[in-house]
Design a protein around this ligand. Sequence first.
Ligand code: ADP
Ligand code: MG
Length: 500
Amino acid sequence: MTSAARAGGAAQNADVRRYQMYIDGQFIDAAGGETFEVFDPSTEGVIATCPAGGAEDVDHAVRAAQRAFYDDGWRGVSAQDRGRILFRLAERIRARRSEFAELETLNSGKPIVESEYDMDDAATCYEYYGGLATKINGEVLPVPADAIALALREPVGVAGQIIPWNYPLLMAAWKIAPALAAGCTAVIKPAEQTPLSLLELAREFEAAGLPPGVVNVVTGDGPGAGAPLVAHRGVRKIAFTGSAEVGKLIMRSAADQLKRVSLELGGKSPNIFFSDADFENAVDGALFGTFVNQGEVCSAGSRVLVQRDIYRKFIDAAAAKARTIRLGPGLDRDTRMGPLVSAEQRDRVAGYLRIGRSEAKLAAGGGVPAQFDKGWYVEPTIFYDVDNSATIAQEEIFGPVMSVIPFTDEADAIRIANATPYGLAAAVWTRDIFKAFRVVKALEAGIVWVNHMQPTFVEAPWGGYKASGFGRELGHWGVEEYLETKQVFINLDEKPIGWY
Ligand code: ADP
Ligand code: MG
């Protein structure tokens, strides 16, 4: 966070846009008047300022969300009408697709082509939950005679949602859309690095039919705005996507009030290549699995397990191809890898590159590219002969760093793949369908690909095993996180008790 004075200085530059947060249907500054700066990772220049929200702003937003839920009747809005609002949000994203994609790239650094896919995915997510809103129904249960038993589904109330900076508008969609489908109201905090696309979408909320207070966007950093949101007594449920470290803090804080929590945390996902896999596809799949979005992906396949008989050939081919990946500013259409999101993240990744050089052998990259004098770039990097117990094989790097590990046979691959505290994702590449399915069943991971890695559909569940968190987003699982289940027992016996 910078002081208001410093941000004020930057704001004198006409190109620096001044954003406000969105609470109770109004765009407003932080109660304390403080702001923070938002950067273009390709130039390191300030592009905007945002309010540095704190506990007072969080309280304002939660009260608005409570009022909208309990007093203003959001609970009573029909599922059909909630569905229509979600469809209108999707329409607005599709209508402003290029503008939103450019803003996303400007703020996050990611290639524009990837941002455009993200905008489509975000719109599809609102559409999916727009359709699902009218399919959330309870059950009538087959209990003995003289009673009817029902299970009703009801919204949990105000949801607090905290999202990361790697897929800003898409992660917001994964949170907002199911909450609204369930009938909840929400207070969402974007990451302090990338708040712009969500604030821009907030300009569409009223026109889409969202009443004031139903979705509130509070900007600020984790300790300043995220922590008070987790601790607020008016919040019934926290949905978080981010680091394992912060996930633990959130769970501890939420425990005080036994608040419901769903966590989508990191990973160190294995991408397993058997020697019978299609070789060209395998090399591409290893690079795409690790380097897409600069490797700033929770499901990055950053542990590449390669069978020994193709090991050397695989490393050579992957390294040769990695050197051809075109780095550059995200807004350049030919760019295939942009800068990392922040100086802090670049430094964090650079730290792992130093550790990697001492733990393993380097096949490609390994540093900060020389051709740029500005921008938080890191070369696509491949380490090999990595021991699975090495730091670069165990810790999530969240950057373009691949650790290649050899294995001998199927059992060896499974053992190495599961030897991590995490369990978010995994992939297996082979032409042998029996082997593929045996490995799929043996992997401890919430998402497993066969002969691909990374694409996912809104219809399918997303979330982790083990230290990668719990709860599932997307599909019908995603809406469960925002619903309570109420048992209703209706007695049909006119003299039901007769005990005393
Ligand atoms: P990173 O360190 O890569 O930025 P984080 O897990 O810290 O990843 O950030 C993910 C989200 O969690 C961001 O929106 C951030 O502001 C928020 N956050 C960070 N610390 C806390 C905290 N103590 N309480 C609540 N939210 C937090
Ligand atoms: Mg952090």
